[in-house]
Write a protein of this length. Structure first.
Length: 434
């Protein structure tokens, strides 16, 4: 039968083979939808499974404008099992679970109160910061990351993504701007000792005269090389043009490969996530958003990258929230709804689940911006797609496959101007069932 549930403004319509999820005992639930609210805005970044439940990483924006990072620890039903951990004075971008705890990468945000000239560009100073926390959420260590060789020439440095290599070192991907007018945002990589957070090596990159807008993930390829994805952006008044680049780098070295897509065409092409396939031979999947230079006719897009950092020719696919009702991909810019591609995860069958959003149309959606899920096989063919949402705006921060084969989605739900964090646990087919 069809069941309609309204929770904190988010409405989910789905088919149930058994009892109402609200009537099921918590310990028997295979799926759930849970919200974390406050009198101020909360934004979901990512959620990861740990031994006793889930770690949720988010950010909060207080009424006085102060920004903090927030860590929520729950059981397997989404119920809090510990007090929230608040990392004051900054925002979080990524989380990596380790055997003895977890790491959080993000930005420290400070006002430059010593500057009396309101025209200067550094009234707000951003510095990348990394926390190591124990399994119970206690802060074990903290590092402010800066370009130690050229610190006086750096205006802002941002933390972006984090992973751990085979030597147990922490690999951080971020970006920075050098001091001066009209400088570009450039990427950096640093390797850190896992216990002391001392720097093992640090490299910056400046290949093209464009801003690098890095995806939210960085990985170690099967070859031992470091790989991520970036949008190469050039802005000009009301127009933005960007294409996709995949840096592939020997540790503590320069680009070994830099495969590109869309550099010969005119569009906005933003990459938001890159994740490895369950099968190393397939390589990696990349998700992002395609739009015209003015930002219209947007689609979710996907393509594959092999394990050597090369974009697989012909693997690109575009998905539209309304036009995908028949489980077909579309041509770039063929748009009946405005869509984004925000996160993806490989599934145990070698395919991927793509997660993003679509703006409600007359033919699909439930008001505002809804969650758009697409299941594809390893070649990019749609197997199914679903839309979840309500009268507010729902956006996706991350999607993960859980130990039982289900899907864990983390994001934000904005209703009447107030944002909250949500996590949604579904079965392997994206269904909310008991």
């Amino acid at each position: 039968m069809s069941l309609r549930i309204s929770l904190a403004g988010l409405i989910v319509v789905s088919c149930w083979a058994c009892n109402n999820i609200e009537d099921a005992k918590p310990e028997n639930r295979n799926s759930f939808l849970h919200f974390y609210e406050a009198p101020h805005d909360l934004y979901g970044v990512t959620a990861e499974q740990v031994d006793d439940g889930y770690i949720i990483l988010g950010n909060e924006l207080l009424a006085n404008g102060v920004q903090n990072s927030l860590i929520i620890h729950t059981d397997f039903t989404g119920k809090k099992i510990a007090d929230d951990v608040v990392l004051t004075g900054g925002t979080a971008k990524g989380l990596k679970v380790a055997s003895d705890g977890y790491y959080v990468i993000g930005d420290s945000i400070k006002s430059n109160l010593e500057s009396g000239d309101v025209s200067v560009y550094d009234l707000v100073v951003y510095s990348a910061r990394l926390f190591k926390l124990s399994k119970t959420g206690s802060i074990v260590n903290k590092l402010i990351i800066a370009d130690r060789k050229n610190a006086t020439n750096i205006t802002d440095i941002h933390g972006g993504a984090i992973t751990i290599n085979d030597q147990g070192q922490i690999i951080v991907l971020g970006s920075f701007k050098a001091a001066g007018v009209a400088t570009t945002e450039r990427p950096y990589l640093t390797a850190l000792d896992a216990n002391t957070l001392d720097t093992v090596w640090y490299q910056t990159y400046d290949v093209l005269d464009r801003d690098y807008v890095n995806a939210k993930s960085v990985h170690i390829a099967p070859t031992g090389k470091i790989i991520w994805a970036s949008a190469l952006l050039k802005e000009n008044q009301n127009f933005s043009r960007s294409y996709l680049g995949v840096p592939y780098i020997q540790p503590n070295s320069t680009f070994e490969n830099f495969s590109q897509f869309g550099e010969q065409t005119d569009q906005q092409l933003y990459t938001n996530d890159i994740q490895p396939s369950e099968f190393a031979a397939i390589g990696f999947g990349v998700i992002g958003t395609y739009a015209t230079p003015t930002g219209t006719n947007s689609n979710m897009f996907f393509l594959r990258v092999n394990q050597f950092g090369n974009i697989v020719e012909g693997s690109e696919r575009y998905f539209d929230g309304e036009l995908s009702l028949n489980n077909q991909s579309v041509s770039a810019g063929q748009s009946a709804s405005e869509d984004t591609g925000d996160a993806l995860i490989s599934t145990s069958d070698g395919g991927y689940i793509l997660a993003g959003s679509m703006v409600t149309t007359l033919n699909r959606g439930r008001g505002g911006k809804d969650i758009f899920l697409v299941k594809i096989d390893s070649q990019g063919n749609i197997l199914w797609n679903k839309v979840y949402g309500g009268s507010g705006n729902e956006t996706v921060g991350s999607i993960r496959e859980t130990a039982d084969g289900g899907l864990l989605i983390c994001g934000s739900n904005d209703v009447s101007g107030l944002s909250s964090i949500f996590i949604m646990k579904t079965d392997m087919n994206g269904e909310l069932i008991d």
